[in-house]
Write a protein that binds this ligand. Structure first.
Ligand code: PHE
Length: 463
């Protein structure tokens, strides 16, 4: 019985702790910073629709599969995949799936920390009252001032990296559980307040239509890949974070319910962020496609004008930092447990090693916004943030979907149905189980392959 295998790093107290921790991993910069800006860059509605379809048809099934693998393997992603492959009598090369995930997390956290650093600096800008100004252009300009200074970006990146390592060093239980319990409800309330503000003070109808009325002529092969990649990124899938959290999950908890809850919470938060941001974009005549600065340029205008905006704005950025914090922890936890379990390193040493090396790699992103900025074309679209864009495309649009593809193939084709039914607590006659298996076996691998091959121009056809 695999259920008896114990994780060496303890267990969550209950299903709620898992849901909160996994939601803490999922809800982060991806929802509030990234979703609005890529939706803006890719023309809104049609992109949002593809993204939502990806969440339902690809994200949720893979989420369930990944939690399941984690709980059955109960180790870091590399050893989990190796053990499970052995158990199922197939090649142990599946461990490389875990390894790619560890690597993806490592690269993502390097730039994630830089962006989270922006949020840290905005806590202080807000508290200092810098958003209170008659001219929105001045408030927007604060962002340009920040990213053009490599020194400032490095400072905030360093602070955020230290924050992340401080939690991870203490281990998952004492660190993560406490951090997420307060954050999620608080974040939700402030987002609702912002949406109400946007309803009355912004071009709400225009913002709403931008997000929800689909014009498929705006959809390119690059934007479809971006939507798929983002579904993985925002749900923390395809790199072992959810697998690791699943490995701490007690045996009696329903994986299916937990998976649905996490995906729902994540999607609601992203859509609320969009509903708060786009009405402000349009009422101020800003460009929806302005890129990674979007959130930092729009919401401060709202905070500067609303009553109590200094307090609300400061709270908002504090929460954004917390949301990013709980995500970055989950990004490096797979790598850290890998070093501890496989390389027999102490937790402190593993944290120091990963902390310093991701911090160093982060400097590449720091410089992408100023000294090293360059432009290139990817799948027919112009990218302006040089190395940052390259690291983002490499991880979000290639490594995570590839990880997801492998998970789908492993669970769909290599793992026996007896194993997956046992772990999920479902019978063969369960219609949900059959749909899940069908998606993993056929739909997900085919769709992911086609989208990726098309984006890279390997598969020709209408874009
Ligand atoms: N899901 C997180 C976010 O939306 C980012 C993340 C990706 C975290 C992959 C863990 C793994 O911000």
């Amino acid at each position: 019985m695999t259920a008896k295998r114990q994780s060496v790093h303890g267990q969550w107290n209950s299903r709620w702790t898992f849901v909160l921790a996994a939601a803490g991993s999922a809800v982060g910069l991806g929802n509030i910073w990234k979703f609005p800006y890529i939706a803006g860059e890719n023309g809104g509605g049609a992109f949002v629709l593809v993204y939502l379809a990806c969440i339902c048809l690809i994200g949720v099934p893979i989420m369930i599969a990944e939690i399941m693998l984690g709980r059955r393997g109960r180790q870091n992603p590399v050893m989990t995949m190796e053990t499970l492959a052995q158990e199922e009598g197939t090649s142990t090369n599946w461990k490389y799936l875990g390894l790619i995930g560890v690597l993806a997390g490592f690269i993502i956290v390097s730039y994630y920390s830089v962006i989270a650093g922006w949020a840290v600096s905005y806590v202080f800008k807000s508290a200092a009252g810098l958003f209170v100004h008659d001219d929105p252009q001045v408030v927007i300009g604060l962002f340009g001032g920040l990213v053009s200074s490599a020194e400032q970006l490095l400072l905030w990146h360093t602070i955020f990296m230290i924050m992340t390592i401080l939690v991870v060093v203490r281990g998952v239980k004492s660190g993560i559980e406490r951090a997420v319990t307060l954050l999620m409800p608080g974040m939700f309330v402030i987002l609702l307040m912002l949406v109400v503000y946007a309803m009355f003070q912004g071009s709400f109808v225009e913002g709403f239509n931008f997000l929800f009325s689909a014009d498929f002529s705006k959809l390119t092969r690059a934007s479809v890949l971006t939507a798929v990649g983002h579904a993985f990124f925002t749900l923390s899938l395809g790199m072992g974070a959810i697998m690791i959290y699943g490995s701490y999950l007690p045996a009696n908890v329903s994986i299916v319910k937990a998976g649905f809850m996490v995906a729902a919470a994540d999607t609601v938060i992203a859509l609320l962020a969009g509903l708060a941001i786009f009405p402000i974009v349009f009422v101020n005549g800003l460009d929806a496609g302005s890129g990674p600065g979007l959130v930092f340029q729009t919401l401060p205008i709202a905070f500067g004008q609303m009553p109590g905006g200094i307090v609300i704005g400061t709270l908002f950025f504090v929460m954004l930092v917390f949301a990013a914090w709980t995500s970055s922890i989950s990004l490096i936890e797979p790598g850290i447990t890998f070093l501890i379990e496989q390389k027999n390193m102490g937790r402190g040493k593993a944290c120091a090693l990963i902390g310093v090396s991701t911090w160093l790699l982060g400097i590449v992103t720091v410089l992408s916004f100023n000294k090293w900025a360059f432009t290139f074309t990817f799948a027919g679209e112009e990218k302006t943030e040089g190395m940052f864009d390259i690291l983002d495309i490499l991880t979000t649009n290639i490594m995570l979907p590839l990880g997801g593809l492998c998970i789908a193939v492993f669970v769909g084709w290599k793992m026996s149905q007896a194993s997956s039914m046992e772990e999920l607590g479902l019978r063969r006659s369960n219609i949900g189980y059959q749909i899940w298996l069908f998606l993993l076996r056929f739909v997900i691998p085919v769709v992911l392959l086609i989208i990726m091959l098309k984006a890279f121009g390997i598969l020709q056809g209408k874009s």
